[in-house]
Every structure is written in C-alpha cells, then in structure tokens.
Design a protein around this ligand. Structure first.
Ligand code: LRH
Ligand code: MN
Length: 430
C-alpha cells in the first residue's frame, strides 16, 4: 500500500498524543459504562464508519463572482486521487471517491483504477453531468436535459448517463447518481406535468441500462440553476420519480438542497419508511446551496439525521443501506483540511446517535413526555465523543490529530512545487 504522507511521521505524532488520549478515553469509557454503553464497541463502529469524498471537492471552489485558486491544486483526477489518499490517511474514514463525468473522464480507466488501488481507495457512486454543455456536444442543455422538450436532447442525456455507467463499471462503482438542473426561470415557460412525464421516461430509459447489482440515486434540489421551478425540486418529486422508475431507484438527500428550516430528518424518516433512501450528500448551509463544511453550522440537525439512521438500524428496517458522501465546495480553506474535518464531523454525528437510549426514548414518546424525550437526545448530543473518534483513527494508523499531522507533513507545499500553476481549468465546480 502506498501512503502520500510518511507513516513514520504519523506514528511519531501519534506516540506523542497517545498518553493523553488514553486518559481521556478511559475517563469517557467509565462515564459511558455508567450509562450502560461499551466504549470498545463504539470505537469499533467508529472504525467501520466510512464516507465517500467528492473528487470535485479537492479543488478550490468558487462562486459566479470569482474563484480564488489555492496552491498545489490538483490538475486532474490522478492528483485528486492522491489528495483523497491524504484525506483517508489522516481521517481513517474516507476510503472511497465519488467521481464526476466528464470532469474526471480519462482515456484509460484501467490505469486510473490501478492508481487508486495502490492507495487502497475504492470508487463509490458515479455522477453524470447534463447541466453543462461540453465542447464536442451536439445538442445544448440550455433548456434542460432529461426533461427537455426535444426528444433528441433527452436521448443525448440518456446516452451520457449510460456512458457514465460503463465508466463506473471499470472503476468498480455500483451506484449512478443523477442530478439535473432542469427547470424554468419564468412562470409559463414550462408545463410542469409534461416536463415531469418527459423526465420519468428518460429516467426509465437510464434504469433499463442499469446493471442488476447497481442502484440509481435521484438527487432533488429546490433551485439553481433554475430560479422559478425545478423538475426534481423536492423530496416529493424525488420519491415519486424513484417509485415510478424502479425498485433499485432511490432518493438522495443533499442537505443544502432544501429551503432554510426544512425538517430534513423527517424527510429522511419518510424515505427510510418507504425503502427509498439511497444516500446523502453531506454539507452545511445558511441560505442556499452553500456547500459549506458538514456540521459547521447545524451540528444538531446533522445529529438528528443520524438519530433517524441509527434508529432504522436499531429497528432492523428492511431495505436500509444508505450511501454516505460529502458534497462541498471549499472557497476559502484548504480543501483537504475541510474534507478531513467534515468526514470526522459526520462520523461524530453517527457515534453520538449511537449513544441515544432508544428504549427510554420510546417510553417517553409513548408517555408524551416531551421534555424527557428531548433530553434523552440531548444527553447523547452533549457527550464529547472526540476520544472515541481519535482512538479509532489511532487503531487504523490514521492521525490522532489529523490537521496538525497533515500540516506537519508539508504535503500542500510539496504539491505546490510538484503541480506548477498552469492556469488551466481545474475541472470541477466554477
Ligand atoms: C448540485 C450538486 C450535485 C452535483 C453537483 C456538483 O448542486 O449538489 O450533487 O452534481 O452539486
Ligand atoms: Mn449534491
């Protein structure tokens, strides 16, 4: 196995931090034992936790106003794989990459697979792109893609998705994620039902080409790039499309794709109940699809989402196997640091949700004891599980203090030397 950062440096840093970590871990272990919880078992679940990294998140993001590139930016998917290897080596919980096509398309996928294999990285869901026109494209997606009024444009978009599946097969992926920006900017511009009917026919055509051991995940979004209506605008349109399309077609929840204050954890519960929860794009936001770092603004909401997920596992909910992934844009931070941080913050929400006393909660719910039900969740959320997350990283030879070890490695500075700024495009968002 190849490591982008010297394992000796990681071990040296971990050795310095282990004595204090052990003290904190033992103290937390005692506290949790009094609550009937086993810290070793929780640590093993933290070690088993994994969340995929978006290839497009490793470059610096921007807005329509500007993008301020960082140093040592990855210039192609091979360098993005190296950066993802750093994120996994430091966090211990990001062993898969989600690519976006054609941004990450290569001539030789066997070479790319060999490149990721040497770092022990796998490939999670593949993402299609019919929200931009490519230089060699015959028909434009200006007025939509899978729901476009022109059948030839829809066929082009379906063909692209089938191509993305073929590329995904070569990487070992098992999921196709379909997000389209289709919609309208003016009332009257689009007939809502006819557009949705066209979308459903296209989705079924893609589903026909889906291998039997694959899933297709549909991603809804309230607005942008369309600013009046969006064909798959909310979870309602999403679950209807997933139900119409097929059993292995499910709904994906991108946290930033909802209006402020929408109860996302209840949407998650509905999708779980109807066996249509395909997965997540974790991020955080304050206004729109801000794609900010996960848990950086609404850690309690993220915890409440995992409370629904852990509850489903606890109830052995049928057809429950959601895929976890980050989907963020890093405009002012080192993307590697943000992705390490965010992966750990999502892992933190998961472990905290495992601390919930579900029997007590159910009794308070049945007794309509709102305050004690709420406090049962808060007791879990207010527990600092950092020693468990750090011990899980130590046990996996990842970094106890991920950011400090990453910075001490000088990886970004080395990348800046190895990746002279060609000023060329950095395929990715903006
Ligand atoms: C749309 C989205 C989608 C990706 C894109 C990069 O906003 O969340 O998941 O295709 O970002
Ligand atoms: Mn997304």
């Amino acid at each position: 196995m190849k490591y982008p950062i010297s394992p000796d440096l990681v071990a040296e840093k971990n050795d310095q931090l282990t004595p204090d970590l052990q003290k904190d871990f033992d103290a937390l272990g005692e506290q949790l034992e009094r609550r009937g919880l086993n810290i070793q078992a929780l640590t093993e679940q933290a070690e088993a936790f994994d969340i995929a990294v978006p290839s497009w998140g490793t470059g610096t993001g921007g807005t329509r106003f500007a993008r301020f590139p960082g140093v040592g930016e990855p210039r192609n998917i091979f360098e993005k794989v190296e950066d993802c290897a750093v994120i996994n080596q430091m966090s211990g919980c990001t062993s898969e990459i989600s690519p976006h096509f054609p941004w990450d398309a290569v001539d030789d996928f066997t070479e790319l697979k060999a490149h990721s294999d040497q770092y022990g990285l796998g490939w999670s869901s593949v993402n299609s792109n019919t929200f931009q026109d490519q230089p060699d494209q015959e028909r434009s997606y200006k007025y939509g893609s899978l729901s476009h009024a022109d059948a030839a444009v829809r066929e082009q978009a379906v063909a692209h998705n089938l191509q993305v599946i073929e590329w995904g097969k070569q990487l070992g992926s098992k999921v196709l994620t379909v997000w389209v920006g289709d919609g309208s900017n003016h009332p009257g511009q689009q007939h809502f039902q006819r557009a949705f009917e066209r979308y459903l026919a296209s989705a079924k055509a893609i589903y026909q080409g889906l291998p039997n051991d694959w899933e297709m995940h549909i991603e809804h979004k309230m607005f942008e790039p369309a600013f009046y209506s969006t064909v798959i605008q909310d979870w309602g349109s999403n679950i209807l499309a997933a139900m119409e399309t097929g059993e292995r077609c499910k709904s994906l929840v991108d946290l930033g794709h909802h209006a402020p204050n929408v109860n996302i954890e209840m949407i998650v519960s509905r999708l779980i109940q109807f066996k249509k929860l395909g997965g997540f794009h974790f991020n955080d936001s304050k206004y729109g699809d801000d794609d900010l770092d996960s848990g950086s603004l609404h850690p309690y909401q993220q915890f409440l989402i995992f409370n629904e997920l852990v509850d489903a596992e606890h109830r052995k909910q049928e057809g429950f196997a959601p895929a976890y992934m980050l989907d963020q844009s890093h405009n002012v931070t080192d993307p590697i640091e943000s992705l390490i941080n965010s992966a750990t913050e999502v892992q933190r929400s998961f472990i905290k949700a495992l601390l919930v006393d579900r029997n007590a909660l159910e009794n308070y719910q049945n007794d309509n004891d709102a305050i004690m039900a709420s406090n049962t969740l808060k007791a879990a959320f207010n527990t600092d599980v950092s020693p468990i997350l750090a011990m899980a990283r130590k046990n996996k030879n990842a970094a106890i203090d991920s950011l400090a070890t990453y910075r001490a490695s000088g990886y970004r500075q080395q990348a800046a030397k190895a990746r002279p700024d060609t000023g060329g495009s950095r395929s990715g968002i903006v």
